[in-house]
Design a protein around this ligand. Structure first.
Ligand SMILES: [Zn+2]
Length: 182
């Protein structure tokens, strides 16, 4: 296991303030939501497969990738450069937390189910963490339907949809949450 301080030093060398921030945030989130039990790995800024998501966790490498799109300013600014001070730390922090759920699940036995999001363990984590975040939401594993269409996956009333599970917690934040700079 590579010591956290060494990982952070490398992150800072590669990605400057963004790299240092990612490790500080990871550590804070690990203490706040996982009793500090997640084993640290690399955190990089780059692209995700087909740019389909804002984050990505590689279980084989114990590596979290945050999409470089997260570096861009989210609220209006005259300065269009992607500077550290304009970057939306709330959004990036939520993406990091999401990837840490995958990291934690992988490090504690993995998951069995339909997908990495639609399974008992991920859903359990969503319910546990949303409570800590003060969110009034409920998640359940969505039973796969018999048909092919998306509508054939019935979601229990009041429960998160598959899209909301895939984009937890950011899909469940109030609409102005990310526009309140920190
Ligand atoms: Zn995910």
């Amino acid at each position: 296991m590579i010591p956290f301080a060494d990982l952070q030093k490398t992150g800072k060398k590669l990605f400057g303030d963004f790299g240092a921030w990612a490790f500080d945030e990871w550590k804070t989130l690990n203490e706040a939501f996982f009793n500090g039990e997640i084993i640290p790995g690399e955190i990089i800024w780059g692209s995700t497969p087909n740019d389909r998501s804002l984050g990505y966790y590689s279980a084989t490498e114990n590596l979290i990738c945050l999409h470089k799109f997260l570096m861009r300013p989210t609220y209006p600014t005259n300065d269009l450069k992607w500077r550290f001070r304009h970057f939306n730390k709330r959004k990036a922090g939520d993406v990091l937390l999401h990837e840490m759920i995958h990291q934690r699940i992988h490090q504690t036995g993995g998951w069995v189910g339909e997908t990495s999001h639609n399974n008992e363990r991920f859903v359990e984590e969503v319910n546990r963490i949303s409570k800590l975040l003060g969110m009034d939401i409920k998640a359940r594993v969505i039973e796969p339907g018999t048909g092919q269409g998306k509508t054939s996956c019935p979601v229990e009333p009041g429960c998160l949809t598959l899209g909301q599970l895939i984009h937890f917690p950011y899909a469940s934040r109030s609409c102005n949450y990310y526009y309140d700079p920190r």
